[in-house]
Design a protein around this ligand. Sequence first.
Ligand SMILES: *[C@@H]1O[C@H](CO)[C@@H](O)[C@H](O)[C@H]1NC(C)=O
Length: 247
Amino acid sequence: MESCRVPHHVLLSFTLIFIFISIPVPASAEDTVQVKFNQRAVLPCKRRCSGEAKWTLFSNRSVVVAQCDQTSCRSSDGYKMSHDQYLKGDLSLTITAADYSKRNRYTCVCDGDDIEHVLLSINPMKSSLHIYPGEDLQLELHVSERVEVTYRSKYSGDLYGEQICSVERRSLTCTDKYTWRTSLTNTLLTLRGIKVSDGGVYSVQDSVNKEDLHIYSVSVRDLDSGAKRASTMWMIVLLLLLVVGAV
Ligand SMILES: *[C@@H]1O[C@H](CO)[C@@H](O)[C@H](O)[C@H]1NC(C)=O
């Protein structure tokens, strides 16, 4: 009998261990809110809070973007907590326009306890550009820190492309091939003297979590091949006229 029970105990312990491992700590669930650029975002946090409720940056708890207590709420520019909702047990944070400066992981805190960690993520913007050889290509990076640009040629089988430039604290660093052709003005990256071989996909990425901010599909109009095509057309027309004339 005794030998029969032991495996049950072992099984039960394993089950309990498994449950503890697989269930995240309920006090700090993880969430992602994804919105379009400049749209309103609501970061959810449901908890009846009798004292001070606040939202901080996950990376720096001393940055409080909004807070409420029994009497009132206060918030930084672009952030909002509602006192009515706070009284009803809804500590959600509203971000009025989700621009790139607001991309962050935020923590909802009630009386010093973490309730939620919520990541605000913005859908990447997409643009198609058609340019002529010799023109400049301008890429909006949106931020001036922790951002990089990768390039994938139309003809390359490489799925991710190669990093060509990165920006850290407003300073631009590019690979040798690009250094002499590139410049940065605020958050605008300029690549001078575009060639047909520069066509392809340029991705502006957050260099920390490799999230795309803006994807540019660039096609370079090949003037030469256009001219060639036109002259071939004229040759055919001329030949046809000759044939018709001969008949
Ligand atoms: C956190 O934010 C505060 C206030 O903006 C700042 O003074 C402090 O240097 C920051 N700490 C870190 C580690 O970035």
